[in-house]
Design a binder for this molecule. Structure first.
Ligand SMILES: Cc1ncc(COP(=O)(O)O)c(C=O)c1O
Length: 327
């Protein structure tokens, strides 16, 4: 594994922020026939595990390494992709991972994610409630600090300002693909919203890239409070982080428009809905990507309902965030 280097693939973006390369862009874009619907497929972005979490870790793990943390505490549901990504990439970087996992409806997918976390050598602490997760995380951080291990905290979904930089950069990557004629400038990008960092990075990055593109977030999480205010706040904190480190982010920059849709949540976080199960098959047949049940299947249901017909104004880009096979 390479150590952190001093800048990303876009040196002007963050010349003084550490970056740990874990994946290779640009990720592929293709048209989903027959409509003006496109997919950008991040499922194989990382070399050890794909999906949206890897782009975040390129920045947030680099920051932990810069701070010489030897232990990281993070959290999520028992089926969290973020937890698997942290467990694998932190182990590679020589950081011991503790995952505080809140119980979610148990199924085969959850079982696979938990097995992957443990196989990577992380310690899992299962709790029943979100408040229990905060208590456990606090206890682990204090315990590690008392042992002199320099602990770092990665919030649920990896959505802190450093993590969001991954999707600022991803928006710049998309702008290059548009400039190269691989796809038209999308009118909107559609992504699932769990902790909100993916959407936050995109609304900042699309604005920085000068694309005429808004973000439509499909909410799949009702366990923690995530709404437009939290997403914009995260984007603003990310812009501040960039400015503090010498990036040319205008103080008056207007974030890209953001619309959060809640109608496809179904019975709740981690609980499949009839439309989401069906839409996963539709996505596989039309876009050639495999949806996970918690995030992307619900987003697929929204896309099919909102943008799957002929009467949609302007191109729509579905940003596929689920990891490929968890090899
Ligand atoms: C596959 C997948 N898509 C989307 C998301 C949501 O991303 P975010 O937490 O940045 O909103 C997650 C994790 O939360 C995820 O695992």
């Amino acid at each position: 594994m390479t150590g952190p280097r001093l800048h990303s693939r876009y040196p002007a973006l963050a010349p003084r922020l550490p970056f740990l390369p874990l994946g290779a862009g640009p990720t592929p874009v293709r048209r989903i026939d027959p409509d003006d619907l496109w997919v950008k497929d991040d499922s194989r972005y990382g070399h050890r595990y794909g999906g949206n979490k890897v782009r975040k870790l390129e920045w947030s793990l680099a920051d932990l390494l810069r701070r010489r943390c030897r232990v990281v505490v993070t959290g999520g549901g028992t089926g969290s992709h973020h937890a698997v990504a942290v467990a694998r990439y932190a182990a590679d970087a020589g950081i011991r991972a503790h995952v505080v996992a809140v119980e979610q409806p148990y199924d085969e997918h959850v079982e696979e994610q938990m097995a992957a976390v443990l196989a990577a050598g992380a310690t899992m602490h299962r709790v029943d409630t979100v408040s229990g997760a905060y208590l456990t995380a606090g206890r682990l951080l204090v315990g590690a600090a008392l042992r002199g291990h320099r602990p770092g905290l990665l919030p649920v979904g990896g959505s802190n300002a450093h993590g969001c930089l991954g999707f600022v950069e991803a928006a710049l990557e998309l702008a290059e693909q548009v400039a190269a004629g691989e796809l038209p400038a999308p009118r909107r990008v559609v992504v699932p919203v769990g902790s909100g960092g993916t959407a936050a990075g995109l609304i900042l990055g699309l604005a920085l890239a000068g694309l005429p593109t808004g973000v439509v977030g499909i909410l799949v999480n009702d366990r923690t409070r995530v709404g437009p205010v939290q997403v914009r706040r995260l984007a603003t904190a990310t812009a501040r982080l960039l400015r503090r480190h010498g990036a040319p982010v205008p103080a008056a920059l207007a974030l890209a428009p953001f619309d959060l849709r809640r109608e496809w949540l179904g019975p709740g976080y981690g609980m499949p809905s009839g439309p989401s199960v069906e839409a996963a098959g539709w996505l596989r047949d039309h876009a050639g990507v495999v949806a996970d049940p918690v995030y992307t299947a619900k987003t697929a249901a929204a896309i099919r309902d909102l943008y799957g017909g002929p009467d949609v104004s302007g191109p729509t880009l579905y940003w596929h965030t689920a990891p490929g096979a968890a090899g």
